[in-house]
Design a protein around this ligand. Structure first.
Ligand SMILES: [Zn+2]
Length: 289
């Protein structure tokens, strides 16, 4: 940091957001009362919001907390993200979450805390980092209607993306009925699972990635005779499952995962009158990066 700046009395909003906000409010009200030119204040925008899944410490559901805080990405973050991009999507995503997340459940956003979060909570962090950095509107300058092919400027606000909330923190593990009277006990994937999948994405097929996800998220299977076997971390077991059973478990994971439903936005195109489903990707959220 440059040492010739006069930083006396300056409170870094990241160190102490409440004090920084108080200083800014005081400055703004002074300016209003004094009828002087508006001060030009630049500070990282940020926001507090509620996680849709919640952070659970040490498997104790009673400890669940939903509070989280993000901030605007800065030029320094942009430089780090450009560098991280060459390390693959996993590295890019980890860098983005680390840079933009201030805290989760009263904890600093360390890599280990971020890796424990449900995917839906990580998606929510991305949404709020995007809001703090670029604002509420996602704009496609030339969106092509899939029905009539007309190109137009499409604007969607982040609030149009439906958020699914996990109403009970214990629902991060659940049962999935399988064929032949068996039942699987499954947990929702977290950041560590996503990191493992992204690390092999370039060289593994979709079905190989599914095997890894299933081997991590299936905790145990109860056979028709009532006997239970622990199968967590066993790719051979995930491969031995029938295709239908694998699909049932993947569908249940998808259905139970809380978070922003990026595929849940629909709009009606005025020109052709048809309803258009919109599929928003992370790349759409961060078009500038
Ligand atoms: Zn159309």
């Amino acid at each position: 940091m440059a040492t010739d700046l006069n930083t006396e009395g300056y409170t870094n909003p990241l160190d102490n957001p409440a004090a920084a906000n108080a200083q800014i409010s005081a400055l703004l009200s002074e300016a209003t009362q004094g009828e002087v030119a508006k001060p030009s204040i630049s500070h990282p925008a940020g926001g507090n919001f509620s996680l849709p899944g919640g952070y659970v410490r040490g498997g104790d559901y009673a400890s669940v907390r939903y509070d989280a805080e993000v901030r605007e990405l800065t030029g320094a973050d942009e430089e780090a993200l450009t560098k991280a991009r060459s390390g693959g999507i996993g590295k890019f995503l980890a860098t983005l979450l680390q840079a933009g997340t201030v805290g989760v459940a009263g904890l600093l956003a360390s890599p280990s805390v971020l890796s424990e979060l449900l995917l839906g909570d990580r998606d929510m962090l991305l949404l709020e980092i995007r809001r703090a950095t670029y604002g509420d509107e996602i704009v496609w300058d030339q969106y092509s209607c899939p029905w009539c092919a007309e190109e137009f400027r499409l604007t969607v606000t982040l609030d149009e993306i439906p958020i699914r909330r996990l109403d009970d923190p214990s629902k991060r593990t659940f049962e999935v009925p399988l064929r032949k009277g068996r039942t699987a006990f499954v947990r929702l994937p977290v950041g560590a699972d996503q990191e493992a999948l992204l690390a092999i994405m370039d060289r593994a097929s979709d079905s190989e990635q599914n095997t890894i996800l299933l081997s991590r998220c299936i905790i145990s299977v109860v056979e028709a005779d009532g006997s239970e076997q622990a199968v967590s971390g066993n790719p051979d077991f995930a491969r031995s499952l029938g295709i239908m059973d694998r699909q049932s478990i993947l569908d249940a994971i998808e259905k139970n995962q809380p978070g922003p439903q990026y595929n849940g936005v629909k709009f009606t195109h005025d020109s052709c009158g048809k309803e258009v489903p919109l599929f928003i990707r992370v790349g759409d959220l961060f078009q500038g990066l």
